[in-house]
Ligand binder design. Sequence first.
Ligand SMILES: Cc1ncc(COP(=O)(O)O)c(C=O)c1O
Length: 427
Amino acid sequence: MSGVLRLESGVVKLQTASLLSGCPTPIGNSSLRKAAVGFGHRTQDDRLLLRGFMNKEIRALFPVTENYIYFNHAAVSPLSTRVREAMRWLVDDVTQNGSVHYFDWCDRFEAVRQAAARLVNAKPHEIAFMQNTSAALSAIANGIDWRAGDNVVVSKVEFPANIYPWMRLVEERGIVMKMVEERDGRIDAEEVISLIDERTRAVSLSWVQFSSGFRADLATIGKFCRQRQVIFMIDAIQGLGGLHLDVVRDSVDALAADSHKYLLGPEGIALLYVSENILARIKPTVVGWMSVNDADNHLHYDLNYREGALRFECGTLNSAGVYGLGAALELFLEVGAGKIEAHILSLSDYLAQQLTAKGYAVFGSRKVGETSAIVTCTHPQHPAKPLYELLLAQNIITAPRVGRLRIAPHFYNTHEEIDALIAALPE
Ligand SMILES: Cc1ncc(COP(=O)(O)O)c(C=O)c1O
């Protein structure tokens, strides 16, 4: 493996193949490892966080709050200082030391994998690091052994990352893409189920819709799919981090989520969860030297895939990205996914109420279980784009999407910030 090659001119370490990472496992040289692990450690602000939920210490982790009221987490989220420091640490380490601490990075990758698994109630080997949501969705879509005439069920309002992989399969493999209507801003679980037939191989939906914030009823759809051996996969990028997810409880077979939205991590590093339950049905379609066991044994070619989802990691990881994602995940685990969800939903409800009171039409469902952080609205006189620009001029960051104003807070936002947004909006 190239890690070994890089190390040949650096520190000499004994290694064995690591079951989880494909990275060689270091033996010995603990002082070096201590110096290098760097992140995943606790700093002084950690203790402050544990005292209460929403407090100025949490706010201070997000310097964006000094300059903006930031309600655009459904696009690209600002980084916390912890994420920045974790990434900086790695960048500095490579700058100063090249590959010398390579094995320590590998240890860190595995700790981050474990944190990701904990966040969604998966097993660590069911988690792979991917380049983005699109690549993760495609790994599943392309890995299914399709027969012409098989079908996939999606919705008519999916972000295109969850449409184009299927359109390609329609062209290349003759599959059928069935699309559920959005009705009054909802994707009805029973309507999804009604489209499933004996040729349905997969249902692929956004957990939270990007243009409305509607949250799908995963448990109902997942249970139905599990009973019929239909693969249930979700694009979780607009929910994960903000809302609590349990892939076991909800019978989710696969999940894809880049880290730059509700996970509050950097761009270009995504989580792919592949349940043990479907692994045998998903062939890796992008394969490289890291896809196999004993990856260090370079000239012993043996296409013997790594355990679980790890086979979908085909080559060297985005190491700075994993470091950043790790810091973001650890913050969620530390604060508590349940508390974060409760605060976010309270912000979202308050926002919807205040918008309505000011004469804005809030789009979609406000039913318990169907809401998320994202609220979208329209006004009879004011189109979304000028509203977005007007708010931007006051350093309040939102987004115009499909003709609606999209307002997408996260857990460090406050009710007072919502009051400021409402005050800034015209009657
Ligand atoms: C629902 C959804 N999926 C995926 C993406 C982005 O996909 P990727 O991580 O491949 O860039 C977005 C971005 O706006 C999105 O809203």
